[in-house]
Design a protein around this ligand. Structure first.
Ligand code: IMP
Ligand code: MG
Length: 182
């Protein structure tokens, strides 16, 4: 899709070409790190799907993939950051070298919960690779081992990231106009 045809889009932040080049660099780092072994990529549905597919094709180490889905909610006092698993992994991860794939790490609540849950299942190693990182909004400190891009404090769509479930299929990342923020 052409960014000019999408209502609410302010500007393109990363083009398809920039994303492709950066994913190649990150995939090379990962391939180097896990050389000689096997990897399990775990994607967090739905946002990580596009990134994970692109990244996996560039990693030169045999790998398996699995997915989980989470839902975030607030408690009665309105406290943010509560997360639960809505769809669990199909296979166990005991003894495996796991790389958790995220679309974006924002406050860090989702990632903290996922790392606690997955580490309790006895993987041989557990690392994190995120497509986007918005460190300016971090509330809880979480380890991020690999990331493609740091982004400003603006709502973005594309390459897996949605606005009310739309625009995940854009091959670029765009900043939405402020009035469209949610
Ligand atoms: P957090 O790190 O727990 O705050 O949550 C990160 C999640 O919030 C991501 O997995 C996205 O689903 C969603 N999210 C955060 N920022 C954006 C954005 O700019 N666009 C689309 N989704 C976002
Ligand atoms: Mg989302």
């Amino acid at each position: 899709m052409n960014p000019d045809d999408i209502p609410g889009v302010e500007r393109v932040l990363f083009t398809a070409e920039q994303i492709d080049a950066r994913i190649g660099e990150v995939a090379a780092q990962i391939s180097q790190k896990y050389k000689g072994g096997h990897l399990k990529l775990i994607g967090v549905l739905k946002g990580s799907v596009f990134f994970m597919a692109a990244l996996a094709r560039r990693i030169e180490v045999p790998l398996k993939i699995d997915f989980l889905a989470i839902s975030s909610f607030s408690n009665k006092t309105g406290a943010p950051g509560l997360v639960r698993i809505a769809k669990d992994l199909d296979e166990n991860i005991e003894g495996e070298d796991v790389l958790l794939i995220e679309d974006i790490v924002d406050t860090g609540f989702t990632l903290r919960y996922l790392l606690q849950t997955l580490s309790s299942r006895g993987p041989n190693s557990l690392a994190v690779c995120t497509f986007l990182d918005r460190t300016s909004r971090r509330i809880v400190q979480v380890p991020v081992d690999y990331r493609c891009f740091e982004i400003p404090d603006r709502f973005v769509v594309g390459f897996g990231l949605d606005y009310h479930q739309l625009y995940r299929n854009l091959d670029f990342v765009a900043v939405m106009k402020p009035e469209r923020n949610s």
